[in-house]
Design a binder for this molecule. Structure first.
Ligand SMILES: *[C@@H]1O[C@H](CO)[C@@H](O)[C@H](O)[C@H]1NC(C)=O
Ligand SMILES: *[C@@H]1O[C@H](CO)[C@@H](O)[C@H](O)[C@H]1NC(C)=O
Ligand SMILES: *[C@@H]1O[C@H](CO)[C@@H](O)[C@H](O)[C@H]1NC(C)=O
Ligand SMILES: *[C@@H]1O[C@H](CO)[C@@H](O)[C@H](O)[C@H]1NC(C)=O
Ligand SMILES: *[C@@H]1O[C@H](CO)[C@@H](O)[C@H](O)[C@H]1NC(C)=O
Ligand SMILES: *[C@@H]1O[C@H](CO)[C@@H](O)[C@H](O)[C@H]1NC(C)=O
Ligand SMILES: *[C@@H]1O[C@H](CO)[C@@H](O)[C@H](O)[C@H]1NC(C)=O
Ligand SMILES: *[C@@H]1O[C@H](CO)[C@@H](O)[C@H](O)[C@H]1NC(C)=O
Ligand SMILES: *[C@@H]1O[C@H](CO)[C@@H](O)[C@H](O)[C@H]1NC(C)=O
Length: 266
């Protein structure tokens, strides 16, 4: 019984070793960062080959530290962005989302798969923007005046989730897996509500939060107040100019008539 179990274990272990079944290491980075894919179990006389989606991209002879880069391989996407250190580890600089995928490293001298990496490169997260939706249905009941309709939005995102939180509890969320899509998520709050609300965007490695400030985001008709202000200022200016010009005109007329009166007397 124990023998069978041991055999089973050894067998799966060796199969796993040969086919790298157990050895997929997930590595996640943000676009633009560098990443080092570390080789384990290297031997001093190894010749090491790196493959991306099964295409040879680089190799190194550990003994004499001689490396070769296949810059045209994999559609040339890694051109001038790969380095190898003398342990055979692969360094990818200035990562792009298109670098995501499976990387394998083999020893060609020993004909052995050494490591498999699943690299995920995530785009930068934009800061969520909260805006109030001006209510078109102003004819609705007066209680809607107590409410504020908001929208939290992000543009050009992929592989993210956008969520509204009230304190620490999730109110709603929306997810997208495509690249370059715009997302928005509504929320309705009362003007007097003094809970803390926040809109959060996250991917598997990062998040960005924008806190709701009801007195800032829920101003009633901010456009109108702004344009009324401007309009009033213009009216005041025009009025001041008109009054000023009139005053000068009256003054000039007054001086002239006084002079002509004096001339008439002389
Ligand atoms: C590889 O090793 C270096 C140095 O030990 C470490 O900084 C880096 O995070 C490792 N890379 C991965 C993908 O674990
Ligand atoms: C190995 O070669 C690289 C360049 O190909 C060099 O930067 C590095 O210093 C070399 N390492 C050793 C130990 O010679
Ligand atoms: C290939 O890329 C490496 C750096 O990744 C660079 O040193 C080398 O000059 C490039 N070779 C060609 C032929 O462009
Ligand atoms: C690699 O990682 C991505 C994202 O985490 C996942 O969707 C994919 O299934 C993984 N692939 C493998 C072969 O593990
Ligand atoms: C306005 O009313 C229509 C139907 O009467 C409704 O579909 C729409 O969602 C309302 N809009 C807002 C902002 O409440
Ligand atoms: C105002 O918002 C609250 C939730 O914040 C909701 O229960 C209520 O129905 C809303 N009132 C109107 C008129 O939309
Ligand atoms: C919210 O503010 C009102 C006064 O504006 C206060 O009466 C109420 O207790 C506050 N609620 C909480 C949960 O702080
Ligand atoms: C955002 O990330 C921080 C760590 O970077 C974590 O502590 C926090 O719980 C995350 N927030 C959400 C809403 O996922
Ligand atoms: C909320 O917005 C108001 C008006 O813009 C501002 O005076 C106040 O400091 C803000 N509160 C917070 C917590 O940011």
């Amino acid at each position: 019984m124990i023998d069978t179990f041991l055999f089973f274990c050894l067998c799966s272990w060796s199969l796993a070793g040969v086919f790298g079944v157990d050895a997929v290491q997930s590595v996640s980075v943000t676009k633009g960062d560098s990443v080092t894919l570390n080789v384990t179990d290297i031997q001093t006389n190894d010749k090491i080959e790196w493959r991306f989606r099964q295409r040879l991209i680089a190799e190194i002879n550990i003994k004499n530290n001689e490396s070769t880069f296949y810059n045209d391989s994999a559609d040339g996407r890694f051109r001038d962005r790969l380095k190898l250190d003398q342990t055979g580890s692969l360094i990818i600089t200035n990562t792009r989302t298109t670098d995501s995928g499976l990387y394998t490293v083999t020893s060609s001298t020993r004909n052995t798969l050494l490591n498999t990496f699943n690299l995920s490169v995530y785009a930068h997260l934009p800061v969520p923007v909260i805006s109030s939706i001006s209510s078109q249905n102003s004819s609705s009941s007066s209680s809607s005046q107590q409410n504020c309709s908001l929208l939290c939005s992000v543009v050009n995102v992929g592989h993210v989730t956008l969520s509204w939180y009230k304190g620490n509890s999730l109110l709603s969320s929306i997810s997208v897996s495509d690249l370059s899509i715009s997302l928005s998520l509504p929320l309705e709050v009362e003007h007097q509500d003094n809970n803390t609300y926040s809109c959060v965007i996250n991917n598997p490695i990062r998040n960005q939060t924008t806190h709701l400030n009801i007195s800032k985001h829920c101003q009633l008709h901010p456009d109108c107040i702004c344009c009324c202000d401007t309009f009033e200022a213009v009216i005041r200016l025009v009025f001041a100019v008109v009054v000023g010009v009139a005053a000068v005109a009256v003054l000039v007329y007054d001086i002239r008539s006084t002079r002509s009166e004096q001339h008439g007397r002389d």
